[in-house]
Design a protein around this ligand. Structure first.
Ligand SMILES: Nc1nc(=O)c2c([nH]1)NC[C@@H]1CN(c3ccc(C(=O)N[C@@H](CCC(=O)O)C(=O)O)cc3)C=[N+]21
Length: 296
């Protein structure tokens, strides 16, 4: 079984991005800038935000983190976003989700200038993706990272059956629509399963490429997978494990031990899709900078 090494590919990709950032700095004196807003003190979110800032520095991009209190009003957050929309040194704006319940996540998504929406969550970006205008949009980072992995590992996709389990706006829906497009590393027949699907295993067993984005540890078991399938695990679930130092460990939505015995290729957790999500965020930020400065 081939382990699809997202950690390694993310390191390669970041060094490729760094070359371009260095060229832009030399030519223009400017570098791409990403601003992340985090509202409240969710410890898991703080880890991701720190990882994003670290990766920005590695590639020579500018990064800043704005921390706002858990009690922040929606209007205060929207006004901060408008300020960043107008700041020419900010090329990417990311508002870490989930947000406290007094804030409407969709209102926040709509407030971000689509040209700076490096998460690819704005309906203008998602709509362009659905319509196949990928050169003019930002593709949501997790699906984009999966596409990059399939491409770099030369996984055959054309005409094959891709089954996506999960229908979120940030992973399942953009992922399924991307796999439907007529591109390299896509061009699949696509099925989406979700919480109301009757008999999910009857679909997943037909998948040549199975993408698990459910949010439940070990949901996809060996009996749900066709021998030889390519299995992409989007899940990030922290489970208790008294045998580890921290008392917990990260697992995906796929039962790795069982499924790896029959899959032809698979992404691990950690070290699979997660690091690619961050690398693609940086790629989108560089893209935004290049568009803003007519460098494409
Ligand atoms: N506006 C917004 N955009 C996001 O892209 C976004 C978000 N909100 N909220 C939270 C989720 C989650 N997410 C992850 C990114 C990287 C890893 C990652 O690098 N994971 C490492 C392990 C990290 C660890 O050890 O905790 C891995 O899988 O190897 C995980 C999760 C981005 N998200």
């Amino acid at each position: 079984m081939l382990i699809i090494d997202g950690k390694k590919v993310s390191i390669d990709l970041k060094s490729e991005l760094k070359v371009r950032v260095d060229e832009h700095r030399a030519a223009t004196g400017k570098v791409p800038g990403l601003t992340v807003i985090i509202v409240g003190e969710d410890p898991a979110s703080q880890v991701y935000v720190r990882n994003k800032a670290k990766s920005c520095k590695e590639t020579g991009m500018h990064s800043s983190v704005i921390e706002m209190e858990a009690s922040t009003s929606e209007e205060a957050l929207l006004s901060k976003i408008r300020e960043l929309n107008d700041d020419p040194d900010v090329h990417g704006i990311l508002v870490q989700q989930p947000l406290p319940k007094q804030i409407d996540e969709f209102a926040v998504t709509l407030a971000i200038d689509p040209a700076k929406d490096v998460d690819g969550f704005h309906p203008e970006n998602l709509g362009r993706l659905v319509m196949g205008h990928l050169d003019k949009c930002f593709v949501s980072c997790t699906p984009y990272g999966i596409l990059e992995l399939l491409g770099r590992y030369n996984i055959e996709t054309k005409g094959r059956h891709c089954v996506v389990v999960g229908r979120s706006n940030i992973v399942g829906k953009p992922m399924a629509n991307l796999m439907l497009q007529k591109l390299d590393a896509t061009n699949c027949t696509v099925t989406i399963c979700h919480s109301a699907t009757k008999d999910i295993p009857s679909y997943t067993r037909q998948a040549d490429i199975l993408i698990a984005a459910i949010g439940k540890a070990g949901f996809i078991t060996a009996d749900m997978v066709k021998p030889g399938a390519v299995v992409i695990d989007v899940g990030i679930n922290r489970i208790d494990d008294p045998s580890t130092k921290s008392g917990s460990r990260l697992v995906g939505d796929v039962d790795y031990d069982g499924v790896s015995a029959l899959a032809s290729a698979m992404t691990p957790v950690p070290g699979g899709v997660g690091p690619m999500t961050i690398a693609m965020l940086l790629k989108n930020t560089l893209q935004s900078f290049e568009r803003a400065n007519n460098l494409q």
